[in-house]
Design a protein around this ligand. Sequence first.
Ligand code: HEC
Length: 133
Amino acid sequence: MQRTLILTALALAASLGTVSSSLAADTGLSISSSTAPVAQKLDAAGEGRRLFLKLNCYGCHGMYATGGMGPNIVHAERNDVHEVLMRGEDKGMRSYRDYVNDTDIANITAYLQSIGTPNEPTFKDWWKKTPPK
Ligand code: HEC
């Protein structure tokens, strides 16, 4: 009787050990993925500002989209942004067809629409996980 109990306890301990070590492995995974450099998700205008900087739109349209070598695109409409990004423009703008999806286009439009409003994001460092406003 005594012996059976001990054996049962040992078996239980062993199986608990397995469970807890597999739990530890799982936890380890989720810890490492949550500490990976994942950018904080911003609102649509913020994500659009990120793309505007990351895709170098500012290089031609100016830091705040008011124009440079390319035209002022403040408050551009979604259809225009979509069309231009898919097709490119003859006079100096490539197509971004392979680099943006519909959500990106909606976010870029939200950013362009936000310019001049209190919601306008003005940060310059798109690579920051948590950019200042
Ligand atoms: C290499 C320079 C360059 C880059 C980079 C660039 N553009 Fe352009 N973009 C232009 C030029 C030049 C025009 C105007 C072409 C024309 O008049 O036919 C234009 C036109 C546009 C228009 C239409 C404006 C209008 O009034 O018709 C939009 C919208 C636009 N760009 C958005 C963007 C966005 C968003 C990005 C980044 C994803 C971007 N552009 C990147 C040069 C650039």
